[in-house]
Design a protein around this ligand. Structure first.
Ligand code: 5GP
Length: 191
């Protein structure tokens, strides 16, 4: 699958930086143009998540089979033993509808996709105002154990070191302001 397949937008950020909210905002503002790219993952669904809406929740053997059959644009072991990946079929699904897939993926995955799609991809990096603020946001989300919280903070600090590789970096100091900034950047890209 090459760059001529179509445009795509990638939103990446450390977990908890607000990229899901910004992704939702963009999907709401541009419903005719953008399509959420549903990733596959081997992690368990959270109580508010639905298979085929938030993720394709796959057993490990099925995920590995898809790797062997070259069905992913990119995949990563984002957390210890937990795989996440963007299926080629998912991007094709959006392009066939005449839409642009919007990917909410981790930093390494974003860089891999960028290498394959070059100028047809827009990469947005959402940065938390500080690591302290990120910790606070993750704690108040209430979905993390002490251990997984620390893992996410360590990963965030590593991921922020790659921010210069992206097309635009948006500091999520206030969600409303950051969402508007993302909206303006995407509007230009869609022109
Ligand atoms: P969560 O478990 O909180 O839903 O997601 C954990 C991380 O995995 C987030 O940073 C999310 O963006 C990332 N992620 C979700 N889907 C994919 C994917 O398809 N590929 C990669 N590389 N990362 C993903």
């Amino acid at each position: 699958m090459q760059a001529h397949s179509g445009k795509l937008i990638i939103i990446t950020a450390p977990s908890g930086a607000g990229k899901t909210s910004i992704t939702r905002h963009l999907l709401k503002v541009f419903p005719e143009k953008l399509d959420f790219s549903i990733s596959a993952t081997t992690r368990m669904p959270r109580s508010n998540e639905t298979h085929g809406v938030d993720y394709y929740f796959l057993p490990m053997d099925e995920f590995k089979q898809k790797i062997q059959h070259d069905e992913f644009v990119e995949w990563e072991m984002v957390y210890e033993g937990k795989y996440y990946g963007t299926l080629k079929s998912e991007l094709q699904r959006s392009w066939k509808k005449g839409k642009i897939p919007l990917l909410d993926i981790d930093v390494k995955g974003a860089i891999h996709v960028q290498q394959q799609f070059l100028s047809s991809a827009l990469l947005l990096f959402i940065e938390p105002p500080s690591l302290e603020e990120l910790k606070h946001r993750l704690e108040s989300r209430g979905t993390e154990t002490l251990e997984s919280l620390q893992t996410r903070i360590n990963k965030a600090s590593y991921e922020i070191s790659f921010k210069d590789q992206f097309d635009k970096c948006i500091v999520n100091d206030r969600l409303e302001r950051a969402s508007l900034e993302a909206e303006n950047i995407v509007r230009k890209f869609l022109e």
